[in-house]
Design a protein around this ligand. Structure first.
Ligand code: 1GP
Length: 230
C-alpha cells in the first residue's frame, strides 16, 4: 500500500470521458503522485476496466474512487470510498456501503480501502445533485464537519468537493485549521498553477480533473506545485 499522506497532487480521470493515448501518456508521465479513476455518471465495469488497463502501462499509483458497487473491479492499488456527509439522503452516507458489505464484505482487503468524508459545496455539480447535498454551508459548518471527520469519525481523508468550479479559499482554510490527523483533499475548478498553489497552501492534496479534457497543457502545469513542496 502506498503512503497516500505523501500525495500532494492527483489527477482524476473520468472513465466515462475519452482521452487520447498521447494525452494519457502526458498525464501519467508527469510528476503527479497518483491517478484516481472516478466519476459520477455512466461509470461502468467496462469503462473502468478499460481505463485501468490503459493507465497500468505506467508505473504510478492507481486508485479507484468507488461510485457504484457494479463498477468495482480488482487490480487497483487502493480504493477510495466516499461518504457524502452533507447529503440529505442516507444512501450516500452509508446505504450503498451497507449493501456492498453485505455482498462483498468477506472479500474486501481493508488495508487497501481509504474512507473519505466528503463535503460537496458546488450546488450545480452532478455529485451534489445526485446525492441531494446541502451545499449552503458557512465556515462554522465546515469547521464542524472537519471536527466530525477528524475527531469523531477519525477518517483518514476529508474531501472538500467543488467539482467544476473553483472553491472559496476561506472554506478550505477553516477546514484545514481543524484537522490534526485527517488529510485534506481539495478538488474543483483548478485550471492553473496559481489556483493549484492557493489551494495547496491549505489542502494537503489537490485533485485536478476537468481541465485534463479541455486544456492538457494547463492541466500539466498544475503539477508544478510539487516543486514548491520538495
Ligand atoms: C472532481 O474534485 C475533482 O471530483 C476535480 O474537480 O473536475 O473541477 O477539476 P474538477
Amino acid at each position: 500500500m502506498y503512503d497516500i499522506k505523501k500525495w500532494k497532487h492527483i489527477f482524476k480521470l473520468d472513465p466515462a470521458k475519452s482521452i487520447t493515448d498521447a494525452h494519457l501518456e502526458m498525464i501519467c508521465m508527469s510528476d503527479t503522485d497518483a491517478i484516481i479513476i472516478g466519476g459520477t455518471d455512466d461509470v461502468t465495469e467496462d469503462n473502468v476496466v478499460h481505463l485501468m488497463s490503459r493507465v497500468r502501462r505506467y508505473s504510478l499509483p492507481l486508485a479507484l474512487e468507488i461510485s457504484n458497487v457494479e463498477s468495482v473491479v480488482a487490480g487497483f492499488d487502493c480504493y477510495f470510498v466516499p461518504s457524502v456527509l452533507n447529503s440529505s439522503n442516507v444512501k450516500y452516507h452509508n446505504g450503498i456501503l451497507l449493501e456492498a458489505l453485505k455482498s462483498y464484505g468477506q472479500m474486501i482487503d481493508f488495508e487497501e480501502v481509504v474512507f473519505e468524508g466528503y463535503v460537496v459545496l458546488n450546488p450545480d455539480c452532478k455529485v451534489a445533485q445526485l446525492t441531494q447535498a446541502q451545499t449552503e454551508l458557512d465556515q462554522e459548518d465546515i469547521e464542524a464537519y472537519a471536527q466530525m471527520i477528524n475527531d469523531m469519525y477519525k477518517l483518514p481523508v476529508m474531501y472538500i468537493e467543488y467539482s467544476g468550479t473553483y472553491g472559496e479559499i476561506e472554506m478550505i482554510k477553516s477546514a484545514s485549521a481543524m484537522l490534526t490527523h485527517t488529510q485534506l483533499f481539495y478538488g474543483g475548478g483548478i485550471n492553473s498553477l496559481d489556483e493549484a498553489q492557493n489551494m495547496a497552501a491549505y489542502a494537503d492534496t489537490i485533485i485536478v480533473g476537468d481541465i485534463i479534457y479541455t486544456d492538457i497543457d494547463k492541466a500539466l502545469n498544475t503539477v508544478k506545485i510539487k516543486e514548491s513542496h520538495k
